[in-house]
Design a protein around this ligand. Sequence first.
Ligand SMILES: *Cc1c(COP(=O)(O)O)cnc(C)c1O
Length: 453
Amino acid sequence: MSDPRRALPSVDRLLARPALAALATPHGRPAVVGAVRDWLEAARAALAAGRAVEPESVEAEVAQVLARRAAPSLVRVINATGVVVHTNLGRAPLPAAAAERVALAAAGYTNLEFDLASGARGQRETHSEARLARLLGVEAAATVNNCAAAVMLALDTLASGREVIVSRGELVEIGGSFRIPDVMTRSGARLVEVGTTNRTRLDDYRRALTPQTAAILKVHPSNFRVSGFTESVEPGDLAALAREAGVPLLEDQGSGLLHPAAGALSGEPCAARSLAAGVDVVMMSGDKLLGGPQAGLIVGAVRFVAPMRKNPLYRALRLDKLRIAALDAVLDLHERGRLDEVPVRRMLDEPAAAGEARARAFADALRGARPGLAVEVRPAASAVGGGAAPDVEVPGVALHLQLADPGAAAARLRAGAPPVVARVADDALWLDLRTVLPGEEDELRDAVLAALA
Ligand SMILES: *Cc1c(COP(=O)(O)O)cnc(C)c1O
């Protein structure tokens, strides 16, 4: 008996088939050759395993593979989870004004490092960083790739080869393997842990001070809370100690709240308060509560921030023109108090009555299209999320759909275009409209009806 694999056509024979040759126009010949090779390899493996191969299916299968490979990998999704700063879903959606500025900067040339008045070389720092410094009333600001990069740059610049004092209660892992101790090791700073997991006092810091101390670091434990018998040191007391010792007090604040906020965020630490208490340098994320692009913001005293800009690492960590455009537009909205135009803040501040009215109208529309559908508006807490505010839940409502198989419905929603991410809990499908953008509600309704069909 002959080996059935020898009966398979060659790559060239397959490529000569008109249906496969025609695929070169949309996809390019190399992509078609690659997909045909992959099909043949899979066919040989199937035959070797004793499975049958249908040679006539090659055209449809290769076309399908090529369509899948050509589709963009990163796509818009509808976030119906109610988690406002959802790291897996890309954190903050940009304000419309910021998205427009990104599109303009992306498609053309910009004055990124060009001084239009003099016609000479300019500084990229004159754009968003000047606005950020003004907004917080600080001497200096620098922006880098993300908050992890900001911490790395600060420690590398100010503490390489020397000691940095951190409370044991603040040696956190933020997720995505951002562990404060690891970042410190990579920056060349030596970590000096003080206190215990639940209690650290001012005296613990004082006793750890040595001539080798380069800085004291405070970290916002943004994704967990130690409760019960706890004690930590207020930034003001720590600032006084740092000043006495002649070392800077740095704070990794993560969440990126610039000024005190009302409502759900009222208990959150903010940069303005820390700076007023005497923290020398605050580091934050751009895409959490600030509501902007992924970025790391560094603000504070010029004698600490200026050397960071001169550090060669800064060149490797700095922002590109697209994110500078987005960040500047977002900071402009903060400066003018237009927080209702920053999606993250608008979602968190949505009045309960408005959210409930939106949910009721949505439930009515679903019931209108599918009489008898078991959909209810129920109390549910949305989450701030994203390592931004661990305990903070925002009371509100969500749509509760009683279905035979809510997991299967959630999978169909994820497979749609655009994909919808919902929550499955207590044997039901939950849709929280807080995180659904105003223009997405019709799409969401159609997607839900299709997933239930
Ligand atoms: C989120 C967070 C980080 C990491 O921020 P990225 O911008 O994602 O790098 C670091 N520290 C704290 C305290 C955080 O909350």
